[in-house]
Design a protein around this ligand. Structure first.
Ligand SMILES: C[S@@+](CC[C@H](N)C(=O)[O-])C[C@H]1O[C@@H](n2cnc3c(N)ncnc32)[C@H](O)[C@@H]1O
Length: 328
């Protein structure tokens, strides 16, 4: 028996996206992220009208031309096309979606994209029938996996299952790139139980802490928060709440590094400065801070350095914009 047969909300999800495939719905999800203008990339209008994400999962620094990319929940194909710009070969991108109408629409859109993009062939994206909850993909066979505005639809148990599935198919040190709504409080029960709101990415959002905990539990030892931004305001009157509820969307890259014994390294844009009398400060745990220069640190290190209580070490707050790297 499949998940679709046993879980009513997945049936509703199926219906919502079957409809959204045949009749593009601008109010379904929303993104304020730019559509990347990559050299020679022309995105068909049909794909823009089916941009059902809540951010972007295409981060240029993660991508090379020799990677195999798994995209879960193809939608109109916009991001799969953008990924194919990097992985330009048959099957370079594998797009998995259980909704036949969505797969058909995406295939149609890729055929249109091929006419406008001489570098692109529809064979660059293999569209496969399957679910995030039981990926039809071999163990450790992909370098990059991405999902945009899908995992928030799932219940907590299903989200954790989907993350374990992604972890299974990623190669060691592979990257999962996600974009999802998050909620500042656990979603009130009457909204969480509303299957249509959930399918429309409005009432399944986990809290930030829960989202991170689920990623770590699935075996992602390094996590980078790339961006956080307002997503939707659920107003108190319409949604029968005590107060307005502001959902954010978060863009995250989770790397399948082993989880360290003292916890995952979660980078949220925090920085440490050493401003003392010596040339540098070294904490003996791999953090070598040159005097006056910023060192990007994870939240765990930020807490440890702050706990030293030294006036010559300054730790900055999360910017929620971290894209790897650092100075020197
Ligand atoms: C909110 S849309 C996002 C589409 C696309 N990622 C984008 O950014 O435009 C969710 C997508 O996930 C698909 N979907 C629904 N249930 C799924 C499941 N269990 N596994 C994989 N994809 C699913 C839907 O058909 C739809 O294409």
């Amino acid at each position: 028996m499949t998940h679709l047969e046993t879980d009513g909300y997945l049936l509703t999800t199926h219906d919502v996206y079957a409809q959204a495939a045949s009749d593009p719905d601008a109010s379904l999800c929303c993104t304020t992220s730019p559509v990347w203008a990559l050299p020679g990339l022309v995105v068909p209008q049909q794909m823009l009208e089916m941009n059902y994400g809540c951010g972007t999962t295409v981060h240029l620094g993660d991508l090379r031309d020799d990677q195999t990319i798994l995209y879960v929940g193809v939608g109109g194909g916009l991001e799969a096309l953008q990924f194919a710009w990097f992985a330009r070969r048959p099957g370079g991108v594998i797009a998995v979606d259980p909704v036949a109408q969505m797969r058909e629409k995406a295939a149609e859109n890729f055929a249109i994209a091929a006419q406008a993009n001489p570098w692109f062939d529809p064979s660059f994206v293999s569209i496969i029938d399957g679910s995030a909850l039981a990926l039809p993909i071999d163990d450790q066979s992909v370098d990059i996996a991405a999902q945009n505005c899908l995992f928030n639809i799932f219940t907590g148990d299903h989200r954790r299952l989907a993350l374990r599935e992604i972890s299974r198919v990623l190669r060691p040190h592979g990257r999962l790139i996600l974009s999802d709504p998050i909620s500042p409080i656990p979603m009130p029960e009457h909204l969480a139980q509303d299957q249509v709101l959930r399918a429309r990415c409005l009432s399944g959002a986990p809290t930030y802490d829960q989202y991170m905990a689920d990623l770590v539990a699935a075996g992602f030892g390094t996590i980078e928060v790339r961006r956080r931004m307002p997503y939707r305001l659920l107003d108190a009157r319409r949604y029968e709440l005590d107060a307005n509820l502001m959902l954010e969307s978060v863009e995250v890259v989770a790397i399948k590094d082993p989880v360290p014994a003292d916890g995952a390294c979660i980078f949220t844009g925090r920085t440490a400065f050493y401003i003392g009398d010596d040339e540098f400060f070294d904490d003996g745990k791999g953090h070598h801070m040159l005097k006056d220069l910023p060192l990007a640190i994870c939240d765990k290190t930020a807490a440890a350095l702050s706990a030293l209580g030294r006036s010559d070490i300054v730790v900055t707050d999360s910017t929620w914009h971290y894209a790897g790297g650092g100075c020197c």
